[in-house]
Write a protein that binds this ligand. Structure first.
Ligand code: UDP
Ligand code: UDP
Length: 472
């Protein structure tokens, strides 16, 4: 904790878009302002892409008035120039184009002493911050494994001329480990993809950051954290602060499941289930499963014989997700049959609270990194089913760390084939019966708790980062 005579740095946080980015930035904001004696502002582009983001920000700024809200009005982006692009990648692009002119007035008005931005914006924001004389750090919201991949990927492309059609192979990240071709985010196989262009520019720009905070802890990803710190991944890489798993920020939700207003209805449902009896199933906020895969998953959950809480997502952006549950799942029959032992919902649930509930025994997860960190904090074993982006890299971390199991052959977006109900049921049964796996996951939880407790490695790393901002 800071002592009373110390100056309070004013740190401006500048996340990109999507819950996977806003959630950890909100957690960092609260940690800095509540536990590390900082003044904090958070600048976000409005209106947000999804309703979940806007609800989350409203709740955050109401619950933590000490975190100052700054709204960014972006210049419109001609989206017709990027046909079929993911709406979140389009938002990254719109922010990247607007920030050079917005940033100066923003930080001048806020009297900022330091800036923390998001990897998706960093190659644009870091040079502008330098011109403004402001130290600019990056909060990397995914794994250290993914950070090391992101830092090395431009050099890999240069050496293999994959960018000019040479084709992509496995990527051996120096000092870390080999990322197989099959685990590389889908978009990066196409050098002309909007995401690839942003990703490569941001990877190249990272060496110019004042430092990189990453939402992991030394014990979870020892190889990647050490290799980043000692310059093995990229020469001249800035200081790396492993500050995770960032402590969740909780606030009441007022979601209305299927038109019935009942806050925390799912927590009441969990309260009524025996300890470690429920499989929690969620594929995060970014993508929907294909219709065929959803039906197989439904049948697999039913055939597993276990209780389950399944958060179903029907569209990429929640505002477009109009179809009812029964329609998505092929009729009312499935819902009627599983009702005695399952809760299936399309509404947002406070996942972190769900994972901490004693009734939850396993987590079928897409391995978005926030979900992985939440599983680590709660010690719930993961059945990893990555679908897209960095999720296979993250699933690799889950398996290495003993936090869960990953069936590497299970298909992901863009690959043919669905995972059958039989395979799903069999794997769920085996994870639920795996006492050794549960013990290993509990060990990860203990290590995560130790890292974030006062005096733990992540706590000290965050304090060191704040010390630098104070001295800036
Ligand atoms: N989340 C949640 N309730 C939901 C769906 C998601 O609280 O119904 C949270 C989840 O706990 C995590 C974030 O949204 O903190 C999603 O981030 P993640 O990196 O796991 O995946 P993404 O959605 O970016 O793919
Ligand atoms: N990412 C990156 N550079 C970028 C944009 C994203 O390294 O320019 C990383 C990001 O941290 C994540 C992965 O690439 O590990 C996929 O990004 P996306 O924003 O799609 O992640 P999500 O929203 O699913 O968390």
């Amino acid at each position: 904790m800071p002592t009373s005579g110390e100056s309070r740095p004013h740190i401006v946080l500048l996340p990109s878009a999507g819950m996977g980015h806003l959630v950890p930035f909100g957690r960092l904001a609260v940690a800095l302002s509540s536990s590390h004696g900082c003044d904090v502002s958070m600048a976000t582009a409005v209106p947000t892409v999804s309703a979940a983001e806007s609800r989350h920000l409203e709740a955050l700024f109401v619950a933590y008035p000490s975190v100052r809200r700054l709204d960014l009005q972006l210049a419109p982006l001609d989206e017709s120039r990027f046909p079929g692009a993911d709406p979140f990648f389009l938002r990254f692009e719109a922010m990247r184009r607007s920030l050079p002119s917005l940033l100066g007035p923003l930080v001048a008005g806020a009297s900022a002493s330091a800036l923390v931005t998001d990897i998706a914006l960093s190659s644009v924001v870091i040079p502008v911050a330098r011109d403004l004389g402001l130290p600019c750090h990056v909060l990397f919201t995914a794994s250290a494994a993914m950070l090391s991949f992101c830092a090395h990927f431009p050099a890999y492309l240069d050496a293999n001329s994959a960018g000019s059609g040479g084709g992509m192979g496995d990527v051996d990240v120096p000092g870390v480990y080999r990322i197989p071709k099959s685990s590389i985010p889908q978009a990066l196989h196409d050098p002309n993809h909007l995401f690839t262009q942003q990703f490569v520019a941001n990877g190249r720009g990272l060496v110019h950051a004042a430092g990189v905070l990453v939402n992991t802890f030394d014990g979870l990803e020892p190889e990647a954290v050490a290799a980043l710190r000692d310059g093995a991944v990229a020469a001249g890489f800035p200081p790396v602060f492993a500050v995770g798993p960032l402590r969740p920020v909780t606030f009441p939700t007022t979601d209305e499941p299927e038109g019935k207003k009942k806050d925390y209805y799912y927590m009441e449902w969990l309260d009524a289930q025996p300890a470690r009896s429920v499989v929690y199933v969620s594929f995060g906020s970014r993508k929907a499963l294909s219709r065929d895969q959803m039906l197989e998953l439904a049948a697999g959950l039913e055939a597993s014989g276990h209780r389950f809480l399944w958060v179903v997502k029907g569209a990429v952006v929640d505002k477009d997700d109009a179809e009812g549950l029964a329609d998505l799942l092929g009729g009312e029959e499935f819902l009627d049959r599983v009702k005695p032992r399952a809760l299936v919902t399309k509404a947002w649930v406070e996942q972190e609270a769900v994972l901490r509930h004693a009734a939850v025994g396993a987590f079928v997860s897409h391995c978005g990194w926030n979900s992985v960190t939440e599983a680590a904090r709660s010690g719930v074993p993961v059945l990893a089913w990555p679908r897209f982006g960095d999720q296979r890299v993250n699933a690799g971390v889950v398996a290495r760390a003993g936090l869960g199991k990953w069936v590497e052959g299970w298909s992901w977006e863009g690959e043919d084939g669905v995972v059958t109900a039989e395979e799903v049921a069999e794997k769920i049964k085996s994870v639920m019966a795996d006492d050794d796996g549960a013990k290993k996951a509990a060990r990860v939880r203990n290590a995560a708790e130790a890292a974030t407790a006062e005096g733990g490695s992540s706590y000290r790393n965050l304090a060191e980062f704040v010390g630098r901002c104070r001295g800036a």
